[in-house]
Design a protein around this ligand. Sequence first.
Ligand code: ADP
Ligand code: MG
Length: 695
Amino acid sequence: MKQVTDYFGSLVFDDKVMKSKLSSDVYKKLKKTIQDGEELDISVANSVAQAMKDWAIELGATHFTHWFQPMTGVTAEKHDSFISPAGDDRVIMEFKGKELVKGEPDASSFPSGGLRATCEARGYTAWDPTSYAFIKDKVLCIPTAFCSYSGEALDKKTPLLRSMQAINKQAMRVLKLFGNENVTSVKTTVGPEQEYFLVDKDVYLKRPDLIYTGRTLFGAMPPKGQELEDHYFGVIKPRVQDFMNDLNEELWKLGILGKTEHNEVAPAQHELAPIFSTTNIAADHNQLTMEIMQKVAKKHNMVCLLHEKPFKGVNGSGKHNNWSISTNTGINLLEPGDTPSENAQFLLFLVAVIKAVDEYQDLLRISVASAGNDFRLGANEAPPAIISMFIGSELQEVLDSIETGNPIKSQGKSFLKIGADVLPDLPKDTTDRNRTSPFAFTGNKFEFRAVGSSESISCANIMLNTAVAEELKKFADVLEKSDNFDNDLHALIKNTIIEHKRIIFNGNGYDDAWIKEAEKRGLLNLKSTPEALPYYLNKKNVDLFTSHSIYTTNEINARYEIAQEHYAKVVNIEALTALDMVNKYYLPAISKFSNFLIGSIANKKSIGLNAEYETNTASILADASNKIYEIKRELEKSLVEKDKITDCAKLSTYLKDNVLTKMEALRTVIDEIELIVDKDYWPFVSYGDLLYSVK
Ligand code: ADP
Ligand code: MG
C-alpha cells in the first residue's frame, strides 16, 4: 500500500528537492531570497529554472505556468510548453531563469478597476519564491504576483505579501523592546477551515440556478432539514468518504496539510481543516484546495458547492480564518506566556489586535463582503454582521483587573502589575467555545469566522495584518521613546483596554439584544455588501493602506470599484436566472397542472362527483400564478431601470433594495406552491432531492 509519508509533497519543488537538485551555492542564494526577500540574480534563476524543469519533466510535466490570483477571486493560469525548436525538426525542453522570475500574460480581460487601460493591457507576473512551485495536471505551476507595468497590484497576492511585510516590520520593533535578540522575522500564520456541500452531479444538472449562480434561487424545505442535528459529526457516507480519501491524497501530494474532515450541521455539508501555515502559503493552498475539491468531486460524479448559501433554510458555508503571529524562532506571539515578561509581551500583542479590530471593524466587514456572504452574515447560523471579539471569561478577568486595579477574585490570584505578575492559568480553547462570535480568541490564535466559503482568504488577512501592523506601529512609537518602560507599557495596555473594550462581547452574538447593545456601544452593523463597501474609501482606511504601502489610493479605488461591480454582476445573473426559470418553467408548469385539475373538475362534475380538492387547488394556483406574473413583471422593470444607474454605489444599493427583494418575493410564492403541485408537473428537482442526493 502507498504510504502517505512517501507521497506527501511529491509534486512540490520543496526544500528537500531544492537541496538535492541545486548546487549548494545556488541553494544558499535561493534560500536567502526565500527568507530575506533578497533579489535573485539571473544566473541563479537560470540554475533554479533548469533544475525545476528537469524535476517537473521527470514527473511527467510538459508545460509550465505562472499561477496567479487576479481580482476575480479565482486563480488564473496560462500554460506554455517547455518545447523549443532545436533545428532538424526536433525540439528540446527548455525553461529559462527569466521565464521563471517574470511572465507576461496577455491578461487584458481581468478586472483592473481602471488601473490598466486596455491599450496597455499587459500586466506581468513575478515569482513568489516563498511559496513552492508544484505540479498540477502535468503543468509546472509557479506561484506568482500579478502587477501592472507601473507596478500597481492587479491581484490578491501582492497586497497580502505587502501586509505581511508591514506587520513584520512593526512587530520586530515591538519585539526588540522586549529584548528578543534572536528573532529576525515575524510572520502571520493561518489555518483556514473550509466548509462545502456535496450533491450528486445528475441531480445538480437539473437545477439551472445551481449551474448559473452556485445557489438555489427557489426551493421549499423538505420535511427534514437540519433540526435533528444528526448530520453534524455524523458517520460519513461511503461515497463521501471515498471522495475525502481521494481529496486528501491529491492535497497531500501537493504538500497541503489536510488534517481533519467531518460532516457539518446541514445535510450534505462537510468541512476540511488543514494544519496552519504561513499566510501567503495558506492562501495559495486554500485556493488549490477549493479547486481540487471541485475536480475530485466530479470524478465521483458529485458537485462540490462552495457558495456561502446554496440552500435557504439550512446553514450556509464559511471559512474560519484561524490567525496568529509567529517568530522565525518558532514563538507564537498570541500564546500566553509563563513568565511575567512573556505575559507582558503577550498582552501587548493581544491589545494590539483588540484595538485593530475595533478601529478597523469596517475593513474587516468589507473583507468578507460579497453577494453570497450577505445571505449568511446576520442569519441565525453564522456570525452576525456586527464585528465584535470574544476573548473568554478568564482573559476577560485579566483585562478587567488591569483596568480596575482589583485582583482577580475567581482565581484567588492577583494580576495587577504587567511585567511583574504571572498570568493566571488560561485554559486552552476546549469547552468554552463561543461559536457566535465573528472574531474569537481560541487560546493561542484568533478565529475570524465571517469569511465566506468561496472567498479568497487574502482579503481578510490583508486587512487584519495591516490593521494590527498599524497598532503595533503606534505602540512602538510610544514605547521606543519611553524612559520608564514598565510603567509606560502598563499605561498603554490599560488605556487601550479602556478605549477599545466596546469591541469585546463574550455573550451570544445571535441574540437580538446584542444588536441593540452593539448600537449603544457605537459598533457598526453593516448588514449588506452595498452598505459596507463605501467605508473602504474612508480617509482613515485610505491613510492606513497608503501609510503602510499596502495600496496606493488608485489601488484602493480600483478594488472598491471591482467589488461594487462584482456584486452588481452577481445579482444581475441571479435575477436573469430567476426570470428564466419563472418564464420558461414555473409559470408554464403551474398552468399545465391547473389545466389538469380543471379537466378533472369537469370530469368529476359530469358524473355528479364533488371536486373540492381540484377546485380549491386550482383556485390557489390561479392566485399564485397571477401573483408570480405580477412580481416577475416588476422584476423585469427593475432590471431595465437599473441600466440607467451609472454610479456603482447607487447601483448596488438599488439591486439590493429593488432586485433581490423582488426575487425573494417571487421565491416566497413559488416555494409555497411547490408544496401542493404534483411532482410530475414540477419542473425542477426539490431540496429533498438535492440535500439527500448523495446516498
Ligand atoms: P477547531 O477549531 O476545530 O477546534 P483547532 O483549534 O485545533 O480546531 O484548529 C483549527 C485550525 O486552526 C486548524 O486549521 C489549525 O491548524 C489552526 N491553527 C492552530 N494553531 C494556529 C496558529 N498558531 N496560527 C494559525 N492557525 C492555527
Ligand atoms: Mg474552528
